[in-house]
Ligand binder design. Structure first.
Ligand code: DQA
Length: 145
């Protein structure tokens, strides 16, 4: 099984960016944590970050027929991007939306996710552990509820 982890804008700054909200773990710490868990599960992962919306769209398009699941932290694009939503739909790859922070407990503009309706589910509010929960959800994505 191959799981694609995609990370959107400003997540390259994790560790120093608003640590009171996002914690002190860096994105490469998170990647290492996810890789370690994936290895024990026998799952192949790809882990990427970009600050560019179009690059996320391209990666989502390319995942079609290749990845078995996507774990997506679209960051601020979560709240703005119809293009990402359409790319998730077009990919036909089951996608799990994740966030470090609980977006529903923050500013009102973060309560709305453009991508939530086309994702299998949403994990938010568990800090770096949201990524491990995302991996767990991805691994069992084809099991009946
Ligand atoms: C985020 C939440 C978004 O609202 C914000 O724009 C981010 C990070 C999170 O992981 O908590 O950049 O996706």
């Amino acid at each position: 099984m191959t799981v694609l982890f995609l990370n959107g804008p400003n997540l390259n700054l994790l560790g120093t960016r608003q640590p009171e909200i996002y914690g002190r773990t860096t994105l490469s710490d998170i990647e290492a944590m996810v890789r370690q868990r994936a290895e024990t599960l026998g799952v192949v992962i790809e882990f990427r970050q970009t600050n560019h919306e179009g690059e996320l769209v391209t990666w989502l398009q390319q995942s079609r027929g290749k990845a078995d699941a996507i774990v997506l932290n679209a960051a601020a694009y979560t709240h703005t991007s119809v293009a990402l939503r359409d790319a998730i739909t077009a990919s036909e790859v089951p996608t799990i939306e994740i966030h470090l922070s609980n977006i529903h407990a923050r500013e009102e503009f973060r309560h709305r996710s453009f991508i939530a309706p086309v994702c299998r589910g949403q994990i938010a509010g568990f800090g770096a552990r949201s990524y491990l929960l995302g991996l767990e959800a991805a691994v069992s994505i084809n099991e009946p509820l």
